[in-house]
Write a protein that binds this ligand. Structure first.
Ligand SMILES: [Zn+2]
Length: 432
């Protein structure tokens, strides 16, 4: 066993080196990018912490390999299966009948599908939109592709995991159904939108770009400190698309077009670019010149739709929204704990001693979510848009109530957000 482990590590080492030596526009093969070094900090054990980061990284990659191969061989993992019976299956199917409802409870759906919400939901949506038939997709390849996507999300991340991806994909589906969009979208647009939504945070390490830059992570170097995570999500998605052979029957030209358009969608989710996208959106709406017969305009709207889907948590019902807020804060604070422990300088919003969920959420809503969804409602003034703005208002009021209880004053907006219009924005943690 030890020999197998060592030889596997050797293979991993070779593959790691291969990835590191590549130019930025190569794909990042599944499993070839190592776990981020700081994963050692997940453990409190002094012994484990003292092991070199590189060894632990390989070990965790190996565990990940085992987890994946167990999944493909159909071997169940103790304590994580057995709950999936006909009754749960039936309830999950029932939920899928209402997949277009804004109240869709992705957490419940994830439990009912035994942690397979991303695979089940996306497969269902491909079917629902007639994509399997239209693009002559092999359903085995499609399922395998979706399983690989789901497996490449880190289930240890409190927020940036496959459930978030499933939630964003469900929201994207709701936006694609909006009358203004649905009547002009082509099957190609729908296909790209769903793939981009499902893969938009692929292999997210659970820390933000500034963290990767200050720890000299190779991804920061590879992508020259610009949209580091988003580029990685995109290249990882391309790697899985190629590996699965899902579109091998299409022309090379179409496959290349697909890869680049998926990239445009995923790169738009970089929150530090929000102002640029928003002012472009606003200008189009002011001029009233958006023409959805024009493919470029349509793809711009799909970028805006994916941006909305990515940060729509505060526009969900309080019960769902509150859970997301807790999860994202947990991830921020975990990063802050690592930064403190290793004297890396605590990033804004990541200090559990000085920040609160309420402060972070109020700042997030005021500076990022409200402006975006305000414009979206101008573009698509529908019941869904009004529902989302309604929840947003109520949720903000609820967090203000919490804030008042905690501080006795209220109206504290996180200073990190107040500076967001200035140059500090690209340095802020990703919130989505
Ligand atoms: Zn996201």
């Amino acid at each position: 066993m030890k020999r197998i482990l060592i030889s596997f590590q050797l293979v991993k080492c070779i593959r790691d080196v291969r990835v590191r030596s590549r130019a930025g526009f190569e794909t990042e093969r599944r499993g070839s990018h190592p776990y981020i070094d700081f994963r050692i900090f997940h453990s409190n054990s002094e012994i484990e912490v003292s092991v070199s980061a590189r060894n632990v990284r390989r070990l965790l990659s190996f565990q990940r390999y085992l987890r994946s191969s167990r999944f493909f061989r159909g071997i169940t993992v103790p304590n994580s299966s057995n709950i999936l019976d006909d009754d749960y299956n039936g309830q999950a199917k029932c939920m899928l009948e209402k997949v277009g409802n804004w109240n869709f409870d992705i957490f419940l759906f994830d439990r009912l599908t035994n942690g397979n919400s991303l695979v089940s939901l996306t497969f269902h949506l491909f079917n629902l939109h007639g994509l399997i038939e239209h693009f002559q997709l092999d359903t085995m390849k499609l399922r395998r592709f979706l399983v690989m996507v789901q497996e490449d999300y880190h289930s240890q991340n409190p927020y940036h995991n496959a459930v978030h991806a499933a939630d964003v994909t469900q929201a994207m589906h709701c936006y694609l159904k909006e009358p203004k969009l649905s009547k002009s979208l082509t099957p190609w647009d729908v296909l790209l939108s769903l793939i981009a939504a499902a893969t938009h945070d692929l292999d997210h390490p659970g820390v933000n770009q500034p963290f990767l830059i200050k720890t000299n992570h190779y991804l920061a170097t590879l992508y020259k400190n610009t949209s580091v995570l988003e580029n990685h999500h995109w290249r990882s998605a391309v790697g899985l698309l190629r590996e699965s052979g899902l579109f091998a029957h299409m022309s090379l030209e179409n496959r290349q077009l697909m890869e680049s358009q998926i990239g445009d969608l995923i790169l738009a989710t970089d929150i530090s670019q929000q102002n640029e996208y928003l002012s472009m959106f606003r200008s189009h709406l002011d001029r009233g010149d958006l023409c959805l017969e024009n493919a470029n305009h349509r793809h711009f709207i799909l970028q805006m739709a994916l941006k909305c889907a990515d940060i729509c948590n505060p526009c969900r019902t309080w019960e769902l929204s509150k859970q997301w807020s807790e999860k994202v804060t947990e991830e921020f604070f975990h990063q802050g704990d690592i930064e403190k422990k290793y004297h890396l300088g605590v990033s804004p919003l990541c200090d559990r001693q000085t920040e609160t969920i309420a402060n972070i959420q109020i700042g997030f809503m005021t500076y990022l979510v409200e402006p975006l969804f305000g414009e979206w409602a101008r573009f698509s003034n529908t019941r869904l848009s009004q529902t989302m703005l309604g929840h947003l208002g109520l949720n903000k009021a609820s967090w203000k109530g919490v804030q008042r209880e905690q501080s006795g004053s209220g109206d504290d907006v996180d200073p990190a957000f107040e500076e967001m219009d200035s140059d500090i924005l690209p340095q802020e943690p990703r919130l989505s």
